[in-house]
Design a protein around this ligand. Structure first.
Ligand code: CA
Length: 368
């Protein structure tokens, strides 16, 4: 039996139609040219990241490649970096309008569309990556996210997770809550609101402007992502105090949204491929960040003289107290946001004893 014939037999068995194909050359040709011989479909995926941006942009590329490969080229996806087709902050509108069929971004950018959106990226003292996936896939998270995006004709998906981020780079030590007074720190979103209540001056700067602002003293501190991306940005050249943990982003979800009409027009197998590829990359990004972050953290401390420290307990306690207040106030501003936060908060409270007994206990035991 030729290898081609073996392949066709295997493929036929897989689709459960071996009987129809037995001994029939014409049918063989039919299956070899694609049993679903409809036209090829071409999709666009717009992102909020610079081209091939480490971890984030590369994960968007991976989603596109997987869909193209798994579909045998029946559905091809072309990735556009920020600014190539639409701007970084136009991804939501572009996919909603069908200018692109997919978008890779972060839900915290869309607070202006729906206040609830930011609860699907990461919130201060919120869920870790593992916990977030649990809430999304096996709790109420995904259904709530779908409810939030439905009015925009969008289907949301978790399309990656950076894991726990770092607390940021500071040009002076943080020894008490008082050290936040007057501190100019790049920290967008709800985290910025929290440090403002501690007397800091939160500044929102795009990634490309952070390094020069920190080096010139225009800002005193900045958060960015974690060791891998922070090392690549050279932030250690501008400040030496590197604090953990990223209390403001304990497990940041990247999203991969799909235009609902385009998705519904796909046959069921391509729909499964699209969803499956995104879910695969959601987990893959976390694995990549975990590997690259540990190496970069080591290099920052050993090769670049960075002082890696934990925020003092007093500081963490106050950040947590203020964060809870900020989140409750934010959620109370509209009913859907309140519903989302109530669900996420209830799960956070319920899962904490388990995470502490599982990952927490084994991590503590490693240093005995
Ligand atoms: Ca960040």
């Amino acid at each position: 039996m030729s290898s081609r014939r073996q392949f066709i037999s295997a493929a036929a068995a897989l689709v459960g139609s071996a009987g129809l194909l037995a001994g029939c050359n014409k049918k063989e040709e039919a299956i070899s040219s694609g049993s679903n011989s409809q036209e090829k479909i071409h999709w666009k995926l717009v992102t909020s990241w610079p081209a091939n941006f480490p971890g984030l942009g590369t994960s968007a590329n991976r989603i596109a490649e997987l869909i193209t490969q798994l579909s045998g080229g029946r559905l091809t996806v072309k990735v556009f970096a920020a600014g190539e087709l639409v701007g970084a902050l136009e991804v939501f509108d572009a996919v909603s309008a069908g200018i692109a069929q997919m978008g890779h971004s972060g839900a915290y950018y869309w607070k202006g569309k729906s206040r609830a959106a930011q609860f699907f990226s990461s919130v201060p003292f919120g869920l870790t990556a593992q916990e977030m996936n649990a809430w999304l896939y096996y709790g109420d998270g995904m259904a709530l996210w779908e409810e939030v995006y439905k009015p925009f004709g969008l289907i949301p998906n978790a399309g990656g997770n950076s894991g726990t981020q770092m607390g940021g780079w500071f040009n002076k030590e943080i020894n008490s809550v008082a050290d936040f007074k007057g501190l100019k720190m790049r920290m967008p979103g709800l985290g910025g609101e929290v440090i403002q209540r501690l007397g800091a001056i939160p500044v929102n700067l795009p990634g490309g402007e952070i390094f020069s602002a920190l080096q010139s003293g225009a800002i005193d501190a900045t958060e960015w992502v974690g060791p891998y991306n922070d090392l690549a940005f050279g932030l250690y050249k501008a400040a030496k105090n590197y604090y953990a943990p990223g209390w403001h982003e304990p497990g940041t979800v990247m999203e991969c949204m799909i235009n609902e009409k385009a998705f519904n027009a796909l046959p069921a197998d391509l729909q499964a491929i699209v969803k499956g590829a995104i879910r695969m990359v959601n987990h893959d990004m976390l694995a990549e960040f975990t590997m690259r972050n540990q190496k970069a953290l080591h290099d920052l401390a050993k090769q670049h003289g960075v002082k890696v420290k934990l925020f003092p307990e007093e500081v963490m306690r106050e950040l947590k107290r203020v964060s809870d207040a900020v989140l409750d106030e934010e959620a109370a501003k509209d009913p859907l946001t309140a519903k989302v936060w109530a669900s996420q908060k209830a799960f956070r409270d319920a899962v904490t004893p388990w995470t502490d007994m599982a990952e927490g206990a084994i991590i503590r035991a490693r240093s005995l």
